[in-house]
Design a protein around this ligand. Structure first.
Ligand code: ASP
Length: 338
């Protein structure tokens, strides 16, 4: 039986071509299809749907995530798997957002793209596209998807979407999942590491189409001024994500501690995410973070920044405010080590 896969083309380098001035711009799906005739030879029943105007993923936003979720929702029963062609720049944000918005996922939703356009001879796009489709169509003998979750496939590696970051702007292996092993690696065979989250989901798949973007980021650096800190803490955001040093540390001058305390007391939610790529926040390990837990600042543990932002948007929009902290620290879909 041929599995049915829906290819959703949102844009990104994979489908870009150079204009007269040599600038890369998104093109329509037809041109992409012409460049990959192999698509017609795959042992899957492939359909496609394309954004009317493909976008550079730098223009991705919560409205587009909602549009994507609705698109997957209306096609969910009719397809065995989904491949989302997406620019690599914000792919980790989209993968994280979708992982929360499609709860109890039972089907593969594989995001992929490329560093070089598909029309370029040395493109990485063909392999990424073809293997992503193969993974999306891979089912067990018991009729369950081998990878029923939101993933990123790039350069021979399948990563959990909400554990991924784009870490390299120049190399084909552009993504990493520093705090969680790869779900699969593709060589002669695709080797799966048996790490999937949802082998036998107890609840039906649920699609969420609300996000609240009242989230800000406060990135600490030596010498950060009081004005910058206050501008962010006193802004409209309901959630402020602090990007801290090492295991969750920040300067502990009195003005800063007072400003953080005032923000917590005024019902803002503060979350501590480390600037380090690997490892986790441990509030209280050093004196410079010992006040944070007492103030009610939430540790994001080993979540990525992309996950902390999109999880906050998701929780703010879909759950009572009073439940935010409990839900934020708990594991929903493999995004945090427990
Ligand atoms: N700027 C492009 C995008 O994110 C880069 C890429 O696709 O890799 O859409």
């Amino acid at each position: 039986m041929k599995r049915k896969v829906l290819l959703i083309y949102t844009g990104g380098t994979i489908g870009m071509m150079q204009d007269a001035a040599g600038v890369l711009c998104p093109v329509n799906f037809k041109k992409l299809q012409l460049a990959v005739p192999e698509l017609n030879r795959l042992p899957v029943q492939l359909s496609h749907v394309s954004f009317a105007t493909p976008i550079d993923s730098s223009n991705m936003n919560p409205d587009v995530w909602v549009k994507l979720v609705k698109l997957i929702q209306i096609n969910y029963a009719s397809y065995d798997g989904f491949v989302v062609l997406h620019g690599s720049d914000t792919m980790a944000y989209t993968a994280s957002a979708l992982s929360f918005m499609i709860a109890n996922c039972t089907k593969p939703i594989i995001l992929t793209g490329s560093q070089l356009p598909i029309g370029v001879i040395r493109t990485d796009g063909k392999e990424n596209l073809i293997t992503a489709i193969e993974i999306a169509a891979n089912y067990t003998a018991h009729n369950t998807a081998v990878v029923p979750e939101v993933c990123i496939y790039f350069e021979y590696t399948l990563l959990r979407g909400n554990r991924s970051i784009k870490y390299n702007a120049a190399h084909f292996d552009a993504f990493q999942s520093p705090n969680f092993p790869a779900l699969a690696t593709a060589g002669v065979n695709i080797e799966y590491n048996n790490l999937i989250i949802n082998k036998t989901p107890k609840k039906a798949t649920q699609f969420y189409t609300q996000l609240d973007s009242g989230v800000g980021v406060l990135h600490f650096f030596p010498g950060i001024s009081k004005q910058i800190v206050l501008a962010i803490l006193q802004s409209e955001c309901t959630v402020v994500i602090m990007r801290t040093f090492g295991s969750g540390n920040a300067p502990n001058q009195k003005w800063l501690i007072d400003a953080l305390q005032d923000a917590c007391s005024s019902n803002k939610i503060l979350i501590n995410v480390t600037q380090c790529i690997e490892g986790a926040v441990e509030q209280g390990k050093y004196e410079t973070s010992s006040a944070f837990a007492r103030m009610g600042i939430i540790s994001a543990a080993d979540m990525t920044l992309e996950t902390a932002i999109t999880k906050s948007m998701f929780l703010l929009a879909n759950y009572p405010f009073a439940k935010f902290k409990t839900l934020f620290v708990s594991n929903h879909c493999g995004e945090v080590s427990t």
